[in-house]
Design a protein around this ligand. Structure first.
Ligand code: FAD
Ligand code: NAD
Length: 473
């Protein structure tokens, strides 16, 4: 050990949870050190949210051009396009670089010291860091011990592997699928959740033959069936093969196919040049000193309370490390809460709703409770939907698939949930969450003047419909 340093707040992990906590702590004048073993920005900026959305955009543009080349009712005529995937990946990497450099600059601006290296927790106030790029050739990597008053764990999660088909060779996780060197001819995707459907759709739109294998009986099983139907229908229209209720047995002996089994025991082999395994992510709780901390009920994530405190005094945890929902904006919001608590402010992490968006085609957005969740929670609710088929802006965008749905208490019309499916509905997430956080009632949304023509008018109309007097249906 060559160095000993003392700080007030020590953050492990420079993803959206850790870097937001560190910036906010810096703003509040708390001496802060952040340790990151790879790149600032974490999963989200480097191998998650941003790269996937970049590729989704490219695939959408490409697919649109393919459609124009085939025959467009819009009167646009083009030749069949080609994709230069190397250039696509370079463009995506450019965006990632800009954002991660920006995070570095923001941390510097707010006086946060960044240490590049792998952290290991010794106790609640001591962390050992193996510095990156040091000691090479000298036989031993350089280590430092850092001491702190507050330790914030924000080490995120990693892809879950299938025991029957571990990662390696043609079996890849989202990380490799986001930086393809070439496009495979045939891709088998295991898991029809967020990653499987977002990236499966990207590859299909870029011309790859895609088969999605899902263990349960429908795609996106975390969302309700009505919301998912337009997405499932669109997958079929796009030519994605979806095998529901199938178990993956492993690769075939020659490694050129994925062996799957139906519920009745029947087996098939799905030819595959690449296999994307997307069956969830697990919090990084193992192997770096967190064994002293209590886990949650499922034994997978760190147990935290509504102030993000772990079972050890002075040790906090946020983001994916603390389990579901594994979403960047949830990690960021928790990071702010912890920094403000350490600064002596009164805060709790009790959001009225954490919005969730699935960037499929069409997109799904939810905030708060669905009608089924309200029923399960014994909340007597009314709910109403407004279809995009009755929305003028949707018609002009060729985006009439889908709807907006509102859920509100029957007695006082307090809104408890929103859901939508349709092109571009991710941008409704802000309106949905604001109305829930501010305790809006159906009458508030119904009486708000919404700009015409916009998709957002469907939000107002859903509220009016729940009140029994929608105008345009
Ligand atoms: P992470 O972002 O995982 O950051 C943790 C950091 O800690 C990493 O940089 C890691 O290198 C570092 N670290 C770990 N261990 C150590 C150690 N011992 N020492 C030092 N550093 C360490 N969420 C959304 O909200 N919207 C999306 O559209 C979205 N898309 C996604 C797409 C994909 C393909 C994936 C994989 C995820 C996506 N997510 C999305 C989820 C989102 O990326 C995560 O919820 C978010 O990154 C969690 O933030 P975090 O700060 O908890 O952890
Ligand atoms: P997921 O939980 O969304 O989906 C996993 C899917 O795999 C489920 O449908 C599950 O039933 C299925 N599955 C599990 N085991 C299986 C098996 N053996 N065979 C076949 N199917 C199986 O997980 P993910 O898609 O890997 O994403 C991980 C996390 O990353 C998500 O929970 C989410 O929090 C985050 N993420 C978010 C976004 C977003 O916000 N838009 C995008 C990507 C990822």
């Amino acid at each position: 050990m060559s160095q000993i340093e003392q700080t007030s707040l020590l953050v492990i992990g420079g993803g959206p949870g850790g870097y937001v906590a560190a910036i906010r702590a810096g703003q509040l004048g708390i001496p802060t050190v952040l340790i990151e073993r790879e790149q600032l920005g974490g999963t989200c900026l480097n191998i998650g949210c941003i790269p996937s959305k970049a590729l989704i955009h490219v695939a959408e543009e490409f697919d649109k051009t393919v459609q124009y080349a085939e025959a467009s009712p819009l009167g646009i005529r083009v030749r069949a396009p080609e994709i230069d995937i190397e250039r696509t990946v370079a463009w995506k990497d450019g965006i990632v670089q800009k954002l991660t450099r920006g995070v570095g600059a923001l941390l510097k601006k707010h006086g946060v010291k960044v240490v590049q290296g792998e952290a290991r927790v010794i106790d609640g106030k001591t962390v050992e860091v193996t510095l990156s790029g040091q000691g090479q050739g000298a036989g031993e990597a350089q280590r430092v011990r850092l001491h702190c008053e507050h330790l914030l764990l924000a080490a995120g999660s990693e892809p879950t592997a299938l025991p029957s088909m571990p990662f390696g060779g043609k079996v890849v996780s989202s990380t490799e699928a986001l930086s393809p060197k070439t496009l495979p001819k045939r891709l088998v995707v295991v898991g029809a959740g967020y990653i499987g459907l977002e990236l499966g759709t990207v590859y299909r739109k870029l011309g790859v033959e895609v088969t999605v294998v899902e263990a349960l009986d429908r795609v996106l099983p975390a969302y309700d069936a009505e919301l998912v139907k337009p997405v499932a229908d669109a997958l079929v229209r796009k030519g994605v093969s979806v095998l529901l209720g199938h178990k993956v047995l492993g690769l075939s002996a020659d490694g050129n196919a994925v062996r799957v089994q139906e519920r009745d025991g029947k087996e098939h082999a799905l030819p595959a040049d690449q296999v994307l395994v997307a069956v969830g992510r697990r919090p990084r709780t193992q192997g770096w000193g967190l064994e002293q901390l209590q886990l949650d009920r499922n034994g997978a994530a760190l147990r935290i309370d509504d102030q993000c405190r772990t079972s050890m005094r002075g040790v906090w945890a946020i983001g994916d490390l603390a389990g579901e929902p594994m979403l960047a904006h949830r990690a960021m919001a928790q990071g702010e809460v912890v920094a403000e608590l350490i600064a002596g402010k009164t805060r709790r992490f009790v959001p009225a709703a954490i919005p969730a968006v699935c960037f499929t085609d069409p997109e799904i957005v939810t905030a708060g409770m669905s009608p089924a969740e309200a029923l399960a929670a014994d909340v007597d609710c009314v709910s109403a939907s407004f279809p995009f088929a009755a929305n003028g802006r949707a018609m002009t965008l060729e985006a009439t698939d889908g709807f907006v749905r509102v859920v509100a208490r029957r007695d006082n019309h307090l809104i408890v949930g929103w859901q939508a499916v349709g092109r571009g509905v991710s941008e409704l997430a802000a309106a949905f969450s604001q109305s829930l956080e501010m305790g809006a009632r159906l009458e508030d949304i119904g009486a708000t003047i919404h700009a015409h023509p916009t998709l957002g008018e469907a939000v107002q109309e859903a509220a009016l419909r729940a009140l029994g007097h929608a105008v345009h249906i």
